[in-house]
Ligand binder design. Structure first.
Ligand code: CMC
Length: 429
């Protein structure tokens, strides 16, 4: 196979190198194209076929439905690992051995408390504030408490400390954002519990009663967090990398990632799916009406939880989550009518020419909300759950970008506005 590509422009041929990844993915390196051609660039709105980086973290094959973190299949990790082990794997490249895992866990539990003054900031939010907005703000606010973290070039020790701190504090801050929303007092972390148990306890315990964490909930959460832990160069991860490329701190970069994740076309889809299923239920379960709306090009409605930029046959995470939803609902004895609606909608969509021809399949968000709901987690918290899961992936990608000394992210454009025109005085406009 050739290791160069040729571009012919105005009768002149330019040779461009081809780079190949370990899974034989190939890309034309266009980084010198502008210099070679005297100013010609490439354009690809939404970066549909633009590689922004070379990365050794996550491999996915959208045609075959393969997803691997550092070479390990998502199916095996979800079945056999813990979220903190997977976080270590993503960030540091290998699964931790016993000693590394013990240190990693004890470092994290050491930092689960957040500064008491964070509570003052939390109190400033209206009680019905969406927890994603609160989470993004409070993660950004961590820069004020850890000013040494502001300069990521300062020392690797500071970077490692920021990594541990943010993984340790995110559950505390996320649970507090939820408590703020429902007007309950916040809970402090319980370091005798594991990562998932501690988060569940901070979410649900109240001073009024003794709370025991149901292992069905913590096991389900562990699996869900692993499945969400990284997904290569998606919208929020690209945001984290691009913000970090300006040498902004880890906290600022992650805060930006949270905002990017919130949108309904990305992580916000898990909330939107349940809202859609509820609406279908309220309309008497008329799935056909909603399929027709989704197909109608004059209607902005999309079938939430369907379609993916890269998966064109199935989303392997959705396959695992669909099975887990059945299991968790059975174990918890929950009979949720929206699960039936979801199944009916999926079945109808998968037979419909519109969805078949566009290769639109259920994605990770289609069934995850049903599990969260069965666990007693309110709808507005769904994207917060996704955030908690995606955190190690964002960190790993940020760290890799920094270690590779990647240049500041700064795309080009093709200008389509006015040509030069003279200034008009106010009275002449
Ligand atoms: N419902 C109806 N039509 C759809 C949908 C959908 N959910 N998704 C894509 N299409 C159509 C779209 O209208 C277009 O049709 P046409 O070719 O006739 O113009 C075609 O399929 C291709 O869509 P696209 O918007 O060009 O595809 P994309 O790769 O830019 O978008 C997506 C991917 C995930 C944003 C999109 O499928 C979508 O909006 N899905 C619903 C939101 C959702 O579930 N998001 C979660 C994604 S997975 C988790 C995550 O990333 O966080």
């Amino acid at each position: 196979m050739s290791n160069t590509a040729q571009i012919i422009l105005d009768g002149k041929t330019y040779e461009l190198p081809i780079i190949e990844g370990t899974e034989r993915e190939r890309a034309i390196d266009i980084s010198k194209l502008r210099a070679l051609t005297g100013g010609v660039t490439t354009i690809d709105p939404g970066y549909k076929n633009t590689g922004a980086t070379e990365s050794a973290i996550t491999f996915l094959d959208g045609e075959k439905g393969i997803l691997r973190y550092r070479g390990y299949s998502i199916e095996e990790l979800a079945e056999r690992s813990t979220f903190l082990e997977v976080a270590y794997l993503l960030i540091y490249g290998d699964l931790p051995n016993e000693e590394q895992l013990t240190t990693w866990k004890s470092d994290i539990t050491l930092h689960t408390l957040v500064h008491e003054e964070i509570k003052n900031i939390l109190d400033g939010f209206p009680s019905n504030a969406h927890p994603m907005g609160v989470l993004s703000s409070l993660i950004s606010a961590l820069t004020a408490f850890y000013p040494k973290s502001l300069d990521p070039n300062r020392s690797m020790d500071q970077v490692d400390l920021s990594i541990v701190r943010i993984i340790a504090k995110m559950p505390t801050i996320a649970a507090w954002a939820f408590k703020n929303e429902i007007g309950h007092p916040v809970n402090y972390p319980d370091n005798t519990l594991n990562y998932c148990e501690n988060f569940i306890k901070m979410l649900f315990a109240t001073p009024a009663e003794i709370y025991h964490v149901d292992p069905v909930l913590s096991n389900a959460l562990n699996k869900l967090l692993i499945l969400h832990a990284d997904h290569e160069q998606n919208c929020s991860t690209s945001t984290v990398r691009i913000v970090g490329s300006s040498q902004a701190s880890l906290y600022s970069s992650i805060s930006a990632g949270i905002s990017a994740l919130w949108g309904p076309l990305h992580g916000g889809a898990n909330q939107a799916v349940i809202e859609m299923l509820e609406e279908i239920k309220a309309s008497g379960g008329d799935t056909k009406k909603y399929l027709d709306k989704a197909k109608d090009k004059n209607d902005p409605f999309r079938l939430m939880g369907f379609g993916h930029r890269v998966y064109k046959n199935f989303d392997p995470r959705a396959t695992i989550i669909k099975k887990a939803a059945d299991d968790v609902l059975n174990k918890l004895g929950v009979n949720d009518p929206v699960l039936e609606i979801a199944r009916g909608l999926e079945e109808a969509a998968l037979k419909d020419e519109y969805f078949i021809s566009r290769k639109l399949y259920p994605n990770v968000d289609f069934y995850s909300g049903i599990i969260y709901r069965a666990m007693g987690i309110p709808t507005e918290m769904f994207t917060v759950m996704f955030t908690l899961g995606r955190l190690p992936g964002w960190i790993a990608q940020w760290k890799e970008m920094r270690e590779n000394n990647e240049p500041i992210g700064r795309p080009r454009q093709i200008y389509t506005g006015h040509n030069s025109r003279p200034y008009m005085e106010l009275g002449e406009r």
